[in-house]
Design a protein around this ligand. Structure first.
Ligand code: IMP
Ligand code: MG
Length: 177
């Protein structure tokens, strides 16, 4: 049997909501420059979509940390796989993530970035699963709040697959069917 994927949020809805968030950011940071930090790999599609609709001067950097194995369960271990290329001192940093789940990754990452003395530091996540939270995280911009389901698409993966789906879908992996 194949993995079963059911659409939860359409591409149109994602793009519309992303535009709204970009407009909010344009408003909140008027007259400022923004430094977007994309959390690889899941945040990549959302970062690109968001950046297209930001009208302020934007620079971008990428970081990769891992808290998951090839499974749908958190390992609880966070490690930096690829660090930023540039300094964030005195920059208006917005961290772009795919989903805040237990909050372990973001809590660790935000603390680490705060120590690097940015001018400001905010978090923007496409998805939020508040019912799964183990560590508290302050979310500044959220695309969609979703229930405790494992989702794929628009950057999110299951065992590195399905990131390229243009929509967000709930997945029931093959072995659970
Ligand atoms: P946290 O540290 O538990 O908040 O985990 C965050 C990371 O787990 C995200 O950046 C994703 O990479 C991954 N993750 C959590 N939930 C999902 C999901 O439903 N689909 C795909 N990846 C997920
Ligand atoms: Mg991620």
């Amino acid at each position: 049997m194949a993995d079963k994927i059911t659409e939860m949020i359409s591409e149109e809805e994602i793009v519309k909501r992303t535009c709204e968030i970009a407009n909010q950011i344009n408003e909140d940071y008027k007259g400022e420059e923004i430094h977007l930090i994309c959390v690889l790999r899941g945040g990549s599609f959302f970062t690109c979509e968001l950046a297209k609709h930001i009208t302020l001067p934007v620079t971008m950097d990428f970081i990769s940390c891992s808290s998951y194995g090839n499974d749908t369960k958190s390992s609880g271990v966070v490690r930096i796989v690829k660090d930023l290329s540039d300094s964030i001192v005195d920059k208006n940093v917005i961290v772009i993530e795919d989903v805040v789940d237990t909050g372990r990754t973001l809590s660790y990452l935000l603390k680490m970035l705060k120590d690097r003395q940015p001018k400001s530091l905010k978090l923007c996540s496409l998805l939020d699963k508040p019912s799964r939270r183990v560590v508290e995280v302050k979310t500044d911009y959220i695309g969609f709040t979703i229930p405790d389901k494992f989702v794929v698409g628009f950057g999110l993966d299951y065992a590195q697959k399905y990131r390229n789906l243009p929509f967000i879908g709930e997945i029931v992996p093959e072995d659970n069917n």
